[in-house]
Design a protein around this ligand. Sequence first.
Ligand code: ADP
Length: 384
Amino acid sequence: MGYFSGKQTIGILGGGQLGKMLLYTTQQWDIQTKVMDPSNEAPARIACNHFIQGDLMDYDKVLQFGKDVDIVTIEIENVNTDALMELEKKGVQVYPQAEVLKTIQNKCHQKQFYQKNKIPTAPFQLFESKETLKNAVARGRISFPFVWKSESMGYDGYGVKIVRSNQDLEQIKEGGCMAEELVNIEKELGVIVCRSPKGEVQCYPCVEMEFHPEANQVEYVLSPARISKSIATQAEKIALSVSNAFQHVGLLAVELFLTKEGELWVNEVAPRPHNSGHYTIEAAYTSQFEQHLRALLDLPLGNTANKVAGVMVNLVGKEGHSGPVYYKNIEHILAIDGVNPHLYGKKETRPFRKMGHVTIINEDLKVARKIAEQVKETIEVIAK
Ligand code: ADP
């Protein structure tokens, strides 16, 4: 195949922490890489062969970037898909495929895709503007409460709002959107599926995401999830059907809601490495990043099973702190057995900004979860 000759180049659009972690494996396997990111101080910059500063939504920049690489992949969904389509026409392998990315980029199209493919998801109605949504509310076609979601990509909950009153409704952004049923959530689950060009598919075990009550950001990811075997199997089956419907290449992280009534609904997907899969670096036989590369290169996919239980803690910037980052008490957490910190290399911290994560591995998930709490209480991401 010749992929290890050092002559093939993978282009990665986005140079954040996901890109940086993808480069652990390209370095291990001696694969050439080129990264583009709008920031000159992108975390992935230190580990790639070539770095280009550029706007990922700029057609010409993305086209230019992809022209001299063999494979283009992404670590963020907000990229110019028209340029990716043009690159595909020119024979560049683009994974995930431009068409897949285009559907996923628009939350409303994503929901319609689930509906069309009979994938269970929360009931919803689409609106082309804030005005039409307001009219529907005024005419009693929708009632409070509901969840408003902007069609354009939000990140970490910024394009999502629970609407309980006309006052809340006034505060939502303009633009195409959906009103989704407010789900009575028992647990939020995640299943990462990987698919290679020849159609080999592997699925990681179902994980559980525990949310920070105020910030609405994932605080812990637990692998395996604390759910019955039958729910885990059902979640994995649904994730595989989503993967099959998209026919994507590379990773597809499927986020699901387990409702209080015991139903499983797909919330959204990401066709790239995902926060819910960071635990795989230490806890699984194959890390999600290595798995993604195996798929891009059409190599056999790796074993997705866990070697041990894993709990991941996101390290986010402390409230009230903005400025040069300092990881206070990191030496204390390093003294605990099974604790693996990852610092992303972002120079500036801001409240709730993802600055790193820590994976705790242990034979016993309960012990790992306890240590995770200790880690969370000890380490502080502050400005110096
Ligand atoms: P983002 O793409 O910004 O991460 P999500 O659609 O994943 O947005 O929503 C963020 C969080 O908001 C979810 O993880 C969940 O906690 C909550 N949420 C989203 N949709 C619903 C819903 N229909 N009912 C209840 N909570 C929801």
